[in-house]
Write a protein that binds this ligand. Structure first.
Ligand code: SF4
Length: 157
């Protein structure tokens, strides 16, 4: 069961999109220097289809993307929610996932996401805006990854 701590409408996390970013808790990754250690706790409200439908009803006209921030403890649920967003909006609203894992889970299909960030936070490497980052951000087109990580670096300049 996934829980979310809060959500925000953001403009930089997914380039070119107006994104409803839902911050999921119970992160199983234990990155040293974690930017949000509270997200490692199983806290917040339950995220289910009713809650998600409510968010789409409230913000659906204003956004072009829903991005799930975290959720690595329950990847199948993240994928299920992404599919719900896609179907409920008849494909208008794109779907993204910020995962702290090195690899995309075998149980999920890339085709169910339009955007994907992979990689834990490593203090020595920095986040997406750093030239040395280990993290990667992809646009998914027809199930193939297009690496967009460089667009974050340009924004930092
Ligand atoms: S993936 Fe993000 S929230 Fe989870 S431990 Fe790493 S930095 Fe913290």
């Amino acid at each position: 069961m996934l829980r979310f701590v809060n959500y925000n409408i953001v403009f930089q996390e997914v380039p070119g999109e107006v994104t409803l970013a839902i911050n999921l808790s119970n992160c199983p990754n234990r990155c040293r220097g974690c930017h949000s250690p509270y997200l490692q706790q199983d806290i917040g409200a339950i995220l289910d289809l009713e809650v998600l439908a409510g968010l789409l009803q409230k913000y659906g006209d204003a956004i072009t993307c829903v991005c799930f921030m975290g959720g690595d403890a329950s990847p199948c649920e993240v994928e299920h929610f992404a599919l719900f967003v896609r179907n409920a909006s008849e494909g208008r609203i794109k779907t993204g996932w910020y995962s702290g894992k090195e690899a995309f889970p075998d149980c999920c299909s890339l085709r169910n996401f339009d955007y994907l960030k992979l990689g834990p936070y490593l203090e020595q490497s920095g986040g997406l805006g750093c030239a040395t980052t280990n993290q990667r951000f992809y646009h998914i087109v027809d199930g193939e990854r297009i690496d967009m990580t460089g667009s974050f670096l340009k924004k930092e300049r």
